[in-house]
Unconditional design. Structure first.
Length: 453
């Protein structure tokens, strides 16, 4: 800040407004001064009983500092402009020090106290201009007093040169610090501008990505839905051809017809799975408290004959948590897919499916474990990809979309899904559901309302 602009109203207001961290520094300084100022007076009187000392003056100045410290806790104007009140106190303090040194003819003891006071007061000033004004005023006053005081006990030239050197060093250090602070402010402002630009750019891209995802979900739904119509037509005409050619004893015609029927069936299954995958997007999701006991009952009822077999045993936790916030339809589908896979990919005579649940600080952790055929470790990281299959359709029917759907559902619920498996030793799927999902403000009636708490 230049001398020209130092005394404008705005600059003075900015100069004397005290940041919060400076308030703590100034309070600490006042406490030190309150303790050492009168104590130093007693020490000087003890060292030289013949010295002229005004302890009452010291206590009055100390009372001023104590008042500033106390009022800074109670009065906003004192706390907010503590720099102003401190500067006034520093000038009163230093003028009195110069005066008491003059009275005692600048004895070595009082000269030492003067230098300590001059140096400690200079540390408090927070900018180059105020420090320069302080140094100039006290140096001028001291020079005048030294020249007009008889019988000095100190060399006046050394005293003034020492003060000038101290003032020069202080101003030089303050100048360097101001330069560094200015550079840091410029760098911080540049960094803040870059962060703001990148934040806006990231928000814009996130919005665009969200819109594109919604468009893709709608496209997948419409495309899959529209594909079903020609498939139904093909299926219908193939059945007509089969009936027309049923009496013909041509094995090739029957073989070709069976190939077409199987292909149409697989295509219909793929379209149905794509439709289901498109429905598990975040668009239109509504989280709400769901009774897990009822949700599991709905899942088991939907599985029906798949689990009601003598060679299948399904082990469930004795106690489920009463309520979990989730999108119930998606969690139903997730549980159903994992249980169906545990049974389907199992050639054991006795198929075991263990379901467990663990509560952690921020997540619900579900595990679905089986004693099935397992998977090679090299394929575990790829099984959640779309259309990723480890077996032929003839070995285990499926489209390779089910686990991709499971992953998408888990991610929609703020969680992660993982798998542990070894060939011949079964598979364990583990997925998490966040406990911090926000309940939808407006609940709509849908299929999940039948199991909601």
């Amino acid at each position: 800040m230049s001398f020209k602009n130092y005394f404008t109203l705005d600059s003075l207001k900015q100069r004397f407004e005290t940041p919060k961290y400076d308030v703590y520094v100034l309070r600490f300084f006042t406490i030190l001064l309150t303790f050492f100022f009168p104590l130093f007076g007693f020490a000087l009187k003890y060292a030289d009983p013949s010295a002229t000392e005004y302890l009452s003056h010291r206590f009055l100045i100390t009372a001023y500092w104590v008042s500033i410290a106390i009022l800074s806790f109670k009065v906003d104007i004192v706390r907010n402009y503590m720099t102003f009140f401190t500067d006034i106190g520093l000038y009163i303090f230093m003028i009195w020090i110069v005066w008491i040194c003059k009275v005692n003819h600048f004895t070595p003891e009082y000269t030492i106290g003067f230098f300590l006071s001059f140096c400690s007061a200079g540390i408090i000033f927070r900018n180059r201009v105020s420090l320069s004004i302080y140094t100039l005023i006290i140096l001028t006053l001291t020079a005048y007093v030294v020249m007009t005081t008889p019988n000095l006990e100190v060399n006046s030239s050394i005293l003034l040169l020492s003060m000038s050197a101290i003032g020069f060093v202080y101003v030089a250090v303050m100048t360097a610090r101001s330069f560094i602070n200015n550079e840091l402010e410029i760098l911080n402002q540049t960094l803040e501008d870059k962060v703001a630009v990148r934040t806006r750019l990231a928000e814009k891209r996130a919005k665009e990505l969200s819109e594109k995802n919604q468009e893709l979900e709608r496209f997948a739904y419409v495309a899959s839905h529209d594909l079903k119509a020609p498939l139904r037509t093909i299926d219908g005409f193939v059945n007509l051809l089969i009936r027309k050619t049923d009496k013909l004893e041509d094995p090739e015609i029957k073989e070709y017809s069976n190939f077409i029927v199987a292909g149409v069936k697989r295509m219909k299954q793929t379209v149905d799975d794509l439709l289901e995958y498109s429905r598990v997007g975040k668009v239109g999701m509504k989280f709400k408290p769901v009774d897990i006991d009822r949700l599991v009952a709905v899942v088991l009822n939907g599985l029906g004959s798949a689990i009601n077999r003598p060679d299948v045993q399904l082990n469930l936790p004795l106690v489920f948590p009463k309520v979990i916030v989730c999108e119930s339809r998606q969690i139903e589908q997730l549980m159903q897919n994992l249980i169906e896979n545990a049974i389907k990919f199992n050639t054991s005579d006795y198929k075991l499916v263990d379901i467990s649940l663990e509560e952690r600080a921020d997540f619900w952790v579900f595990k679905v474990k089986d004693n099935g055929i397992g998977m090679p470790k090299k394929h575990l990281k790829n099984i959640f990809e779309m259309f990723k299959r480890l077996h032929t359709f003839e070995e285990f029917p499926g489209t390779g979309i089910g686990l991709a759907t499971c992953k998408r559902i888990v991610e929609n619920h703020g969680g992660k899904i993982s798998v542990q498996s070894e060939v011949g030793n079964g598979t364990t799927f583990m997925f998490t559901i966040s406990k911090n999902l926000q309940v939808a403000a407006n609940k709509t009636k849908n299929r999940s309302s039948t199991i909601s708490a």
